[in-house]
Design a protein around this ligand. Structure first.
Ligand code: DGY
Length: 426
């Protein structure tokens, strides 16, 4: 059996092992529920292996939890589990199934469009796209209604978890302005994963303060936008939203719906705001702290998602390609979570330095679409080498490839399948 075939079979077995029938969990114990942007990646892989019905079901299950106001929660707590903190009893949202009350990068819109465009069963794909369109539209509109800052033309997040890059150093300074939670709580993650590979107590104290803050507002969008002590515009999340907005505009045409002109206008405003995030010093777009009113000059890999968001001109994309190659020369396996020559770089601590397949895939997809196929191919090859040699870990040390964080991780397996089947295909 070729190593490619063996990798594919192991990846399918990993996804099946985490499959609960109508949704796939990221991994057992550490993340035992449905996660928003993970599920979009799972759907891409299910499509890549030819199970189109199951791919659409993954998206349907996720989108069934869109709130009336359009929020798509970052976690859907379908079944109780004692192994995760903070679970549904901490969030206390009054919903069935229970959910968290913050969101995550809206990759689901890209996934729905991609699966439709590459579907074998076109009739099924059109039916499903028509069925999902209202939820995709409502959720994309929610970001602009709930989280748009009129002054800067930027989208803001109210929790580091909303970006999916939790303890990345981009969020260090803004998080320092958040009070620590005053009550006791018990983390579960550090009884499953080595403490050295997870966020510190300092961050969790503030993560939990924010969870309690939303509860005090009764999850009121306007109050959260006005009073939240943490408001960060994230280049990674904003880029995925830009791509989502573009996808929803295309889906509107496909399903013959009225063109959502508000979204087209908002996308232009978002791109205008995004342009102000460029740092010549770092050769990358940055985050922005709305509370401190300043650019967050941290060289984080997810800032390269601008390429996936189709944000930069060709000139700026070329600058990023050069910068990515500069980073690649300092490690053995792919784009590290933070520039490896930054004093903030920690190669094994969660989002502060390790290589993440999701991050490398989003960057590679963007690079490929801009024509930087040689760099994109390096990322694809190093991700496939990592998974072949080290298994489907949550993340890896960029120097020796040590698997870190959760094991038998679904989106790592999913991306291997997506890459094996449809390399950089649109
Ligand atoms: C966690 O609990 O570590 C998650 O990333 C939150 O989504």
């Amino acid at each position: 059996m070729s190593s490619t075939t063996a990798l594919g079979q192991q990846a399918i077995a990993t996804l099946k092992g985490n499959d609960y029938g109508d949704y796939i969990v990221p991994t057992q114990n550490l993340y035992p529920f449905q996660w928003n942007w993970d599920s979009a990646v799972h759907a891409l892989a299910l499509h890549a292996i030819g199970d189109e019905k199951r791919a659409w079901l993954e998206l349907e299950t996720l989108l069934a939890s869109v709130w009336d106001n359009g929020l798509l929660p970052h976690i859907i707590f379908h079944k109780p589990s004692p192994t995760y903190f903070p679970g549904p009893d901490e969030w206390q949202t009054d919903r069935t199934p229970r959910t968290s009350a913050i969101s995550q990068p809206p990759l689901v819109c890209y996934a729905a469009l991609h699966i439709y465009q590459n579907a074998t069963d076109k009739a099924l794909a059109l039916t499903k796209l028509r069925q999902l369109y209202p939820a995709l539209l409502a959720h994309t509109r929610w970001w602009y209604a709930a989280r748009f800052d009129e002054r800067t033309n930027l989208i803001f997040t109210v929790h580091p978890w909303e970006t999916g890059r939790d303890n990345n150093p981009v969020y260090d300074a803004p998080l320092k302005a958040v009070p620590a939670v005053a009550r006791e709580y018990e983390r579960r993650d550090i009884s499953i994963v080595d403490t050295a590979e997870r966020p510190h107590k300092f961050e969790y104290d503030r993560y939990m303060y924010l969870v309690d803050f939303y509860k005090r507002t009764n999850f009121d969008t306007a109050t959260i936008a006005r009073d939240c002590p943490y408001k960060v515009c994230d280049a990674g999340l904003s880029a995925i939203l830009a791509r989502a907005t573009d996808a929803v505009l295309q889906i509107a045409d496909i399903v013959s719906a009225d063109r959502p002109a508000d979204l087209a206008a908002n996308l232009e405003r978002l791109k205008k705001g995004f342009a102000t995030l460029w740092s010549d010093e770092l050769q990358i777009y940055c985050g922005y702290d709305l509370i401190a009113d300043q650019l967050i000059k941290v060289p984080a890999a997810h800032n390269f998602f601008a390429l996936f968001g189709k944000i930069p001109t060709d000139t700026f994309a070329a600058k990023m390609d050069a910068e990515i190659n500069r980073w690649l020369a300092m490690t053995k396996f792919g784009v590290a979570g933070v520039a490896p020559d930054s004093p903030l770089y920690e190669p094994r601590r969660y989002c502060r330095g390790p290589v993440w397949p999701i991050v490398n895939w989003l960057i590679a997809t963007g690079l490929s679409e801009y024509g930087f196929t040689a760099t994109a191919d390096k990322l694809k090859q190093s991700s496939l080498t990592l998974t072949t040699q080290k298994g489907f870990a949550e993340y890896y040390d960029p120097h020796d490839g040590k698997p870190c964080g959760g094991t038998t991780f679904s989106w790592t397996a999913a991306l291997a399948l997506h890459w094996l089947k449809l390399p950089f295909a649109e």
